[in-house]
Write a protein that binds this ligand. Structure first.
Ligand code: UDP
Length: 237
């Protein structure tokens, strides 16, 4: 749309729009991992993540979860409400993997008896450290009520996504969410895509997410495409 570039992150650019309370999110093909130490490109990732995130935000909206999402503008861009981002990353886990497996020595793939919610401090310099509610209070990142809302809303999102994905033969292992404020209302922000979630095929446990890039497993673009096609194509029986 040609507005001024407001911010450029690792995977997205944010542009101004004619409306002061709306911005355009442009999805890039750039991929990073390990806090930026590994860099690369995944062909068409921007197009796929824009489409996948749009489908997820629309699904959540229809289930009563408010987000910044307004509409898809074109292949690589969506129009969203401008948010003041809360500097907390909320991770929800259903199956052990990644940093949880390392921290607790749980084998990757161990099914958790109940979902686990974690908070991380959004800070590139510190490498997004794990924090708890006391750290959140001491850092002044959110009030106890706001933090309770983030946890409850993230668990609600987990239930909605878990079922929707399982119907499409995808296991939702874990995912990361970000929230922000628009006026005084807390809305879901950022993206929901194979960059920010772990998706495994529910029958074979084949990885269909960014771990294919992190771990050099190959067929990265194909995995993102597969997730897109399963979401766009409806339930698989
Ligand atoms: N995640 C993310 N951004 C981050 C850190 C994690 O999107 O900066 C996602 C990641 O893709 C996974 C989940 O959050 O779906 C849990 O990640 P974990 O803590 O296991 O860290 P990782 O193994 O990715 O370093």
């Amino acid at each position: 749309m040609g507005g001024k570039l407001l911010y450029e992150g690792k995977a997205k650019k944010i542009f101004e729009t004619p409306h002061p309370y709306e911005v355009e999110v442009y999805f890039k093909d750039d991929a990073t991992a390990f806090n930026g130490a590994k860099k690369g490109q995944i062909t068409s990732k921007g197009i796929l993540n824009n489409a996948i995130s749009s489908l997820f935000f629309e699904l959540l909206e229809s289930n009563g979860v408010k987000s910044h999402y307004l509409k898809r503008i074109d292949e690589r861009s969506m129009l969203v409400k401008k948010l003041k981002i809360i500097q907390i990353e909320v991770v929800v886990r259903n199956v052990a993997a990644g940093s949880l497996s390392q921290r607790l020595g749980w084998a990757e793939g161990k099914i958790l008896p109940s979902p686990v919610v974690e908070f991380y401090y959004k800070s590139d310099e510190l490498g997004d450290p794990l924090i708890n509610d006391y750290h959140v209070a001491a850092l002044g990142l959110a009030t106890p009520e706001e933090l309770a809302f983030l946890a409850a809303q993230s668990l609600k999102i987990n239930s909605i996504l878990l079922k929707h994905l399982l119907d499409r033969k995808v296991k939702l292992v874990d995912f990361k969410l970000e929230y922000g404020k628009s006026d005084e209302e807390i809305l879901l922000g950022d993206e929901i895509s194979p960059d920010t979630c772990r998706f495994w095929d529910s029958e074979t446990n084949l990885k269909l997410d960014k771990d294919r890039f992190r771990r050099d497993l190959g067929e990265v673009e194909e995995a993102y495409q597969e997730i897109h096609d399963r979401l766009a194509g409806g339930p698989k029986v």
